[in-house]
Design a protein around this ligand. Structure first.
Ligand code: CMC
Length: 374
């Protein structure tokens, strides 16, 4: 392969961004200049969503207005509810998220308006309605009554309420909020780059987010948090973990929840999420997954020098919170809508069509023979 080819765009800088900075050399991540850990400690998810979308942390009034707006947009249309009810129960919820955003695009009165003001209106609707659509599917596929959103509840509380019919204690809600903050934004990852690529042809925001959801679904990206849980379920108990992980490495298997294209000595989001995973395990009085977690991590670092990424602690945390495994990546979606949207705004503001080149390695020029001679 020619040396000019940068397979997977590895190490290639394709544009500028002011939204987040990933700093693998000092194991840090900032959103608009604020360290993600600092935001986790001092803010709720809504404040961080505002920051990512607007560039500054909100004051009290700005936050109240933002929450009011998000609250107002939560209701989903009857036709979307009917569509969700008619989706096969076996469908993956990521495909439901993709379809729901697509249907929202069909219904949005600003659909063909790409102005910054219209785009912000559309984002607020996608941000507020996607969790509602997902929770509706969570219940509908179990044959349970769909629970409408509750205005008085925060973004995270409302998601628990719509899925389970109750809100857990505040420490569990905080752990969920922290996971949303850590998932909200991460520079030019695959799904964000997908959203920017779609936007670069001046296509619409619902299309860009639909494409980003499809991209996030893959197990090498957001889908890894579900794969981590499948792996832990296969391991079953801590006593099996050492043998399991050594076998996996002997077989040269890819171990989900480990490794990262940018962080090579540890994902900056992991220590914070690991701490909250521990808190949730303690509240739930279930230490099994923590023990498996620690054994697998130790062997991965000792044998391969490969560290966990954020999907490693979020997987078992969501499991302990009671979510079905195939809802882990959709939870990632409801948070990352903020990051994707900010990147879509940024792409629009200084657009250049994304159109790379390819080095052709197929057949040389040849003549077409008529069908009856082939
Ligand atoms: N398990 C075993 N070996 C690994 C792993 C892993 N998880 N990750 C990397 N390696 C090995 C890989 O086999 C390769 O070895 P060799 O040089 O001998 O062929 C070497 O490390 C370099 O890996 P790579 O796949 O070339 O690196 P990449 O930058 O292309 O891939 C990655 C990054 C995230 C796709 C990869 O680490 C991976 O497949 N991880 C598992 C999936 C996962 O957890 N994804 C979540 C990513 S971060 C959060 C998110 O986006 O949701």
């Amino acid at each position: 392969m020619s040396e000019d080819i940068k397979k997977g765009l590895m190490g290639v800088t394709v544009d500028e961004t002011a939204i987040s900075k990933v700093m693998p050399e000092i194991n840090s991540l900032t959103y608009r200049g604020y360290a993600a850990q600092d935001l986790c400690a001092k803010c709720k998810f809504e404040e961080v969503a505002y920051l990512i979308l607007n560039g500054e942390l909100p004051n009290k009034k700005q936050l109240k207005d933002f929450e009011k707006r998000e609250n107002k947009e939560r209701k989903i249309s009857k036709s979307l509810i009917n569509a969700i009810k008619s989706i096969p129960k076996t469908a993956h919820p990521m495909d439901v998220a993709r379809t729901a955003v697509s249907i929202m695009g069909l219904e949005d009165k600003d659909a063909s308006n790409n102005s910054p003001q219209a785009n912000m209106r559309k984002v607020m609707r996608i941000f507020a309605k996607t969790p509602v659509a997902l929770a509706a599917f969570y219940r509908a596929r179990k044959g349970k009554k769909i629970i409408p959103p509750e205005k008085k509840l925060s973004f995270s509380e409302n998601f628990f309420h719509m899925c389970f019919g109750k809100v857990p204690n505040k420490d569990i809600v905080k752990a969920f909020d922290v996971s949303l903050i850590l998932y909200a934004e991460h520079s030019f990852n695959v799904s964000t780059f997908t959203a920017r690529t779609i936007t670069s042809s001046l296509s619409d925001i619902h299309g860009a987010i639909t494409g980003a959801i499809a991209s996030l679904k893959g197990p090498l990206h957001g889908g890894a948090n579900e794969e981590v849980m499948h792996m832990m379920n296969k391991i079953k108990k801590p006593e099996n973990a050492l043998k399991w992980i050594n076998n996996a490495l002997d077989n040269k298997d890819v171990v989900m929840g480990f490794g990262h294209r940018v962080y090579k000595s540890g994902d900056s989001r992991v220590p914070t999420m690991r701490e909250y995973f521990g808190k949730v395990a303690q509240i739930k009085k279930d230490k099994k997954f923590e023990k498996i977690y620690d054994i697998v991590e130790k062997v991965m670092i000792e044998r391969k020098n490969i560290h966990p990424n954020v999907d490693y602690p979020t997987g078992p945390t969501y499991h302990l919170m009671g979510f079905d495994t195939d809802f882990f990546t959709p939870i990632f979606v409801i948070s990352r809508i903020t990051g994707w949207s900010a990147h879509i705004f940024e792409q629009h503001a200084a657009n250049k069509l994304i159109r790379p080149l390819a080095s052709y390695n197929g057949n040389q020029h040849r003549k077409v023979t008529q069908l009856n001679q082939r």
